[in-house]
Design a protein around this ligand. Structure first.
Ligand code: NAP
Length: 495
């Protein structure tokens, strides 16, 4: 069923448009507003308050004031707030899904998938909150008892990208709440509405004032700059592009801030000669087209054994041609628009450059004419030195290249400065272990095109970042370790 304009309006009217500071929805001190657009039409959806440095500092003041008492709350109390947040989002899943489709563009079916995935971080970390154990043991020479405990790292700045508006926020806010940290969340300016609705839901779930503050604004550095210089801030967790991450790490060094960096990717999708080709095509569609290719985990290079490359490419292109690039609110939409005109131009420039370098266009290769920023699902046959293989495409464009041996596939896969996701298709489990051992990526999908999961440690190596989100590791990013050495009164008996 098509979503009606009345339903869209009612939802947009219900979403908070202010800044959440110290438990109150406020106007920006600048008096300015920021327009949020629908990428499927280019039209303005709604205007929100546009935060500046003064607002950012007010948010940090609130986070700092709340930190002491929040750190002292019982783990069970924090766990139950997270659990209530999870239940409220489940109740409002359709609102969250539609809101993401409106501000980011992904088809509703995919947006529903993101609600399920993103909300799971709240449930997962509600469970982790009460099982975050320390250690108690006797020192090796028997003189002391050793107590190791985890404490919240303190007020944290959380900066999220536009591509997964809910999941990127819950993946940071969930573990920060679990660990007992207060925070300032700065969502991407293209998609702030989901974070604002999420923050409202967390208030309803009972999160005390000042624990979660949200400041969206047109100038990211006006918000992050002064906070990163303030010694009350103890941590920055960033998801976004590598150049911005590197800049934030330099700023973080000044104050010796803890950092978690989830940065860009250039995922290889390797299809060996013994792979189930139909399964590989299905996996390729998921790994390439999820979120219109606008994912850090998106398969960016298809490395296919030369003996099966033609058959794989033919089947892959046929599946791509079945996609329907229309507004995500339409029931038959299977491919949404690119997030904005600039991003679409960047994708088209990469395709044009590849064609100039000799790439063969198997299908697609151009912008979709008409409203919005749609791009044709595209398959290119390229040589191994084609420049597109070295760039994060962030769109529905799949360059396919070939290899002759397992060793060559491994070398090609590793020939990137990135190291986030990778995918292997083979029926051979020994090969899976052998190749996984040798490829330099934080995530490996084995005969699986989508592997993100709240219970798994997500993160990259090399220029793809530092730290892990989700899994048992996710909460560690928001804690510091304290060791207490206790003189053991029985030590003399051991001498
Ligand atoms: P981006 O331009 O780096 O922006 C990400 C966030 O950083 C946004 O909130 C942005 O604010 C903010 N930002 C930009 N410049 C900043 C600055 N100088 N100081 C402080 N904050 C700043 O990235 P994007 O285009 O939104 O997202 C796409 C990138 O994110 C891709 O490279 C993708 O691979 C990566 N990503 C990685 C993961 C992962 O888990 N590894 C997940 C998703 C995406 P504005 O919106 O106001 O510019």
């Amino acid at each position: 069923m098509t979503v009606t304009p009345e339903r869209e309006k009612a939802l947009l009217d219900s979403v908070p448009t202010g800044l959440l500071i110290d438990g109150e929805w406020r106007d920006a001190s600048s008096g300015k507003t920021l327009d949020v657009h629908d990428p499927a039409t280019g039209k303005v959806l709604v205007s929100i308050q546009d935060a500046n440095s003064e607002d950012a500092m007010a948010a940090l003041d609130a986070a700092d004031r709340a930190q002491k008492s929040w750190a002292l709350t019982a783990p069970r109390e924090r766990a139950e707030i997270l659990r209530r947040g999870f239940e409220l989002i489940q109740e409002r899943a359709e609102d969250f899904a539609l809101l993401m489709t409106l501000e980011m563009g992904k088809p509703l079916a995919e947006a529903r998938g993101e609600v399920a995935y993103g909300n799971e971080f709240l449930r997962w970390f509600s469970e982790e909150t009460v099982r975050h154990y320390g250690r108690y043991f006797t020192s090796p020479e028997g003189k002391n008892k050793m107590l190791v405990q985890h404490k919240p790292v303190g007020p944290s700045l959380l900066i999220t990208p536009w591509n997964f508006p809910l999941a990127m926020a819950t993946r940071k806010v969930g573990p920060a709440i679990a660990a007992g940290c207060t925070m300032v969340l700065k969502p991407a300016k293209l998609t702030p509405l989901t974070s604002l609705l999420f923050a409202q839901v967390m208030q309803e779930a009972g999160l005390p004032k000042g624990v979660l503050n949200v400041v969206a604004g047109s100038s990211a550095s006006a918000i992050s700059g002064p906070l990163m210089k303030d010694r009350r801030l103890r941590k920055v967790s960033f998801t976004g592009s590598t150049p911005v991450g590197v800049r934030l790490m330099k700023d973080a060094a000044e104050n010796v801030l803890r950092t978690s960096m989830e940065l860009g990717g250039n995922a290889p999708f390797i299809v060996f000669e013994d792979a189930d080709l139909d399964a590989a095509v299905e996996g390729a569609m998921a790994a390439k087209l999820r979120n219109m290719g606008e994912a850090c985990t998106a398969a960016n290079r298809f490395l296919v054994h030369e003996s099966v490359a033609d058959e794989f490419t033919k089947k892959f292109a046929a599946a791509m041609e079945k996609l329907k690039p229309v507004r995500g609110t339409e029931p038959d939409s299977t491919l949404g628009p690119i997030v904005d005109e600039g991003a679409r131009e960047d994708i088209h420039a990469l395709v044009t450059e590849a064609v100039g370098a000799g790439a063969e266009v198997v299908t697609g290769g151009d912008k979709v004419p008409g409203d919005g920023y749609f791009y044709q699902p595209t398959v290119l046959k390229v040589e191994n030195d084609c420049p597109i293989l070295g760039q994060e495409i962030f769109g529905p464009v799949a360059p396919v290249t070939t290899f002759a041996t397992e060793e060559e596939a491994i070398d090609l896969a590793n020939s990137t400065e990135y190291g986030l996701a990778s995918y292997l298709y083979t029926r051979d489990y020994n090969r899976m272990f052998r190749v996984s051992e040798q490829i330099e990526f934080g995530l490996v999908g084995f005969n699986a095109g989508v592997i993100s999961n709240a219970s798994a440690p997500f993160g990259g190596v090399k220029q793809s970042g530092l730290g892990r989100e989700g899994g048992a590791e996710g909460i560690e990013e928001y804690t510091t370790v304290q060791y207490i050495g206790i003189a053991d009164p029985y030590a003399a008996k051991r001498d």
